[in-house]
Design a protein around this ligand. Sequence first.
Ligand code: SF4
Length: 408
Amino acid sequence: MDLLDTLTAKGLRGEVPTREEALAVLATTDDELLDVVAAAGKVRRRWFGRRVKLNYLVNLKSGLCPEDCSYCSQRLGSKAEILKYTWLKPDQAADAARAGVAGGAKRVCLVASGRGPTDRDIDRVTDTMAAIKDADPEVEICVCLGLLSDNQAERLKAAGADAYNHNLNTSEGTYGTITKTHTYADRVDTVQKAHGAGLSACSGLIAGMGESDEDLVDVVFALRELGSDSVPVNFLIPFEGTPLAKEWNLTPQRCLRILAMVRFVNPDTEVRIAGGREVHLRSMQPLGLHIANSIFLGDYLTSEGQAGQTDLDMIKDAGFEVEGAGEATLPRHRADVAEAAQAGHASGGCGSAASACGSGGGCGPCGGHAHGPAAPAGEASEASDDELRGDLVKVRRRGAGTELAPNA
Ligand code: SF4
């Protein structure tokens, strides 16, 4: 197939495909699916070998958000019966983080709901990072606190943060249909602030909100343009009690095509399968590992993932290996840029850099709903009651914010 030969050759050289080629990946048929996965797999192995980076989410503050991101179970007016709690104490967060690291996670992602942090919140996170790094100085920390004000990224960097996550989520053209309380430009500004402060930028998307193929390609090229070091690909978790509860648009095949498109556009960037992995890829998860080089271990912010041990078994059974703490995530040419940025040589603009964190949703892997444009060709535009799979969505009831042990 000419398309896949072209994409493979470009990916092996670290070149970005054309927009038309990216769209063509999304338009491939189920008969071509394994060829698409194989082609993306060659590119993945060229830059990341058979390593899988594990990331572990700690939800520092859950629910009660004043923002209205329609995909998010923590949004203003959400009726989703998620855990709701205010800031974890540093030792509580460090305990949760320790469980993830013990389970094999190389990166801990500290996430809090909300529009953005106050300076007092930055102090809290500073104390939390100190508690985590006291226990394990090697662990990477990615922080995700929403929109940043001036100088907050610099404070986080000085306090030891390695990365900052803030997802673009969807295309600029459809962002206003997803969220009214802030703009796409606000999100771009925060990614730029983080990157400008020398933090590795982690920024990704959510698929399955009713967006078109063009929207998906737009946001993935925008992420490339922004210099995101890590691209978390979330698949919408349609939480009951959120506006997108009936938005069941995704199939495992569609998810694999989306992952492949993201890989071809970001051949040498960390591509992470984020929220919705178990819900939408289901038994096809191992095929996703041939495309993405990173996943979350265990649970998400407000929903439960499969058991951490099942994640580890899946990686081993599929012939992959967990990336060790001493191994670089990004290829050398990308890591050099990242290290320069971490050393404080980054300019205000966004180049490219090291690995990164991520989550679903805007502030983290939430899940949600949106009133986007027409569904992609070949996908259901509106799921009937028979097609709803609420049984696949399990609200998190263990780990951070509970008395029960974390899943790691
Ligand atoms: S994605 Fe973040 S800002 Fe948006 S509603 Fe959820 S927690 Fe709030």
